[in-house]
Design a binder for this molecule. Sequence first.
Ligand code: GAL
Ligand code: MG
Length: 976
Amino acid sequence: MTDALDPLIALRPWEAPEVTSWGRLPMNAVDRRSGALTLDGDWRFRLLPAPDAPAGGSWSSSYVPGAWTLQGTDDLPQYTNVRMPFAEFPPASPAANPTGVYEREVDVPAEWTGRRIVLQVGAAESVLLVHVDGRPVGISKDSHLAAEFDLTAHVRPGERATLRLTVVKWSDASHIEDQDQWWHGGVTRSVLLYATDPLHLADVTVRARHDGGLCVDCRVRDTRGALPGDWYVSAELDGHLLTQDEEFDRANAQEERVSDFLGEARLRTTVPDVRTWTAETPELYGLTVRLHRADGTVADTSHHRIGFRDVEIVGRDLLVNGERVFIRGVNRHDFHPLTGRTVSYDDMRADLVLLKRFGFNAIRTAHYPNDPALYDLADELGFYVVDEADIESHDHAHEIADDPRYLGAFVDRVARMVLRDKNHPSIIIWSLGNESDYGANHDAAAGWVRRHDPTRPVQYEGAAKRGWADPDMASDIACPMYAPLEECLAHAMSGIQTKPLIQCEYSHAMGNSNGTLADHWAAIETTPGLQGGFIWEFWDHGILQRVNDGRPAGRGGAGLYDNGVAAPGHRWAYGGDFAETVHDGAFIADGVVFPDRTPKPVMFEHREIAAPVRIDCFRHEGVVLGNHQHFRGLDWLSGEWELSLADGGTLTGPAELPDLRPGETAAVPLPFELPEGGGEAWLTLRVTTAGDEPWAPRGTVVCLPQVRLRTVSPVEHTPVTNRPVDVDEDGLLVHPLLTAAPTLSLWRAPTDNDELGGMAARWRRWGLQAPARKVVSVRRDPGRVAVAADYLCQGGTVRHEQVFTAVEGGLLVEEMAELPEALADVARVGSVFETAAGLNLLEWFGQGPWESYPDRAAGAPVGHHSLPVDELFTPYLRPQESGGRHGVRRFTLSAPDATGLAVRLDRPRQVSVTRHRATDLAAAAHHDELVPRAGCVVHIDAVHRGLGTASCGPDTFASYLVPAGVHRWSWTLRVL
Ligand code: GAL
Ligand code: MG
């Protein structure tokens, strides 16, 4: 119910950037969870067309915390990247401005009489107006941080009060919350009511150094006014009392800084033999701070879990506890496919557990302060965190960065983040926000942080953009996004580097992507000055949607997805799926996990790149193992050797991991006598957790480092002239198991990288998806047919030759394709054929078991693998090339009765076996539109283009492109 005479409405705070809050309490780091009353649950709700619209319509209900855009209203989610969803210039917002009014009654506990009563609203997008019993209480902006209001004067203990939260969706603040994500409206984090003594801890600041030094600063206030005399603060760390810093008290007294209404106290201790905190060793201590009245009774308490660690920049290195650490990071949004930006503790924990299992050690909270529990979990599980303020003015970045009307908002947002999060050991860097150009407003915010928290570096990509080595107020880190590797290398070797180079975003994970990740890491690990980066991003932000009515499934959709795929009748919605006319399509689906957190194949690539123990080299007498961690030994790991013989199966045996400190190596003898025969041989060290880790039960795979012990011996073929080769008048092979003969394939269903990088458009122009095939010659000899055909593309003709020879045990297919110069850089050069139905199992010797591509093949070990055909395919949200396996030497495709076909390749090749033609994939916009074929579509590629990351950032390297010229490949086909 809004009322134009209501001062909170009359003020029109949604179009006043200078108004960042009114009546809101200062942010602080005091823990208020214990004893708080939760106000989560169903609230009375109505959605008005504008904040100043007359109240009307009937009440429905809405669940808090949650977004109304996902709870059955007609205001649906909308996705835009850079552009604002409305035309108004900052600070204006549109007249049509959905405004949610939430109401509920609260019974204020009678025992709160005489206490200070505080309302905490965890998050509201984007302007929050608070009323109690119809009277105005406060205003807050800054959609991803809590707002607290003192309700002591507004409620009476023992009585019932009506709370109203009015949430205005569009405002001046929307212009600085223009992050690349869905737009929602709602109260998206929990709402609490708590009570304290009027004499209370106003803030607690912890500084815990890795030498064991601990300093705790407390601020004390009394809402009745002057502080009562002789209050004092005590603190204990896991049972040990800290001591008052008398020097601090004396200095305050001497400099006349002792105040009547702001109390300050400093406590100290030094912990002998301190267990230091790092992402590898997340050792936490329990700190309890108590505020006492003169008689010793406790007026207030705050619990903290703290970690002893230091961060500093020395030269161009970022050091944690004196060590230059690699930042194996990912950008993470608060996201859930049913509830949007509302995420539960369990979900956050699952996110971090998964990241740990796949070798990540760092998170950038792109692009706003995350749910507070995320940081507790990062402290506990071990992550380095770049905490980012909620400032992104992407569409109007230049205008806003220096606009004095937004000065307060910039400083307020950065300061509130630092005030809330400063005690987390996991946070090693503050970020001033994202994609907001660079202006005086940033320097003002940076100045505030530098004074308030001199213990951590500050970063801001918009400042780093001006020059990676430029001295500036806003960035201690050279933190570009999507910088080409050669530029990073050039900078590191230029002699002008002054700051650690850690990309805030790189390796864009949209669709089938993250090509060249291993090349990046090979360079990072060997180039002083390069220290890592944050992959963009963790989530594919697909919202679970019912296909029949186009509505988000919302909280009712629990369980309606599995293994990355939405249940029948549902799909993962991306931009445009809610009938938005202004949107940016599938660009919102660019994570390393599916919307249900199922890992994409790139996760396995990352796990291997981040391997803590590696086979550094192979010598005759054995292998050299290296500990590639920064702080831990190998005692938490156990190993098993696997010897995979191309023609002889797999042998396993226990592996003894040597006792190695970080950075050390040791030679270990070969565990096996290499058997004489058996062909190509690979040794894999299967490394698992030796005991239970907080993020992985004992036996969880940590990495699978591998070395080749013996190479391939070329296969000899014996032709048989008395068996005919059956080829039709067009020169197409006729074979009982094939429903479509092998033909030349030059195309793949464009990946998102192919589309956004412009390759797909070029391939379409060239007509690569279906070039006309013109037979040039068919030459039949006993047991041998040679076919030449031309594939007529726009801009050039590709000559394709196939020689089919009957050989002992099957058919040898020798192929040649000559790609003219004008058609350099196609998707693939290879054969494609289709099989009869019923061949449902693929067994292969090659890289696997998960999907791999030429420039994303570092994490798929060579070995004997087997998977049902239906599980080979990766269900990227927007269908595209998928399911490939790199380095395949041979495979069989069989029916349950073991009939089928066997293919042996001349050398390791890219192979894919799916139920979809490339044209099927390219024609579908969502996974649920695909109709699997009964048979298999098999691709054998002489060359396959790398994936790169061109949807946002660099394409693959030249070495992974398909060059013009002659390509030859051969394979044998045998009936089982
Ligand atoms: C960056 C931006 C991210 C996201 C990404 C592309 O420019 O910071 O928010 O838009 O590109 O997915
Ligand atoms: Mg942006």
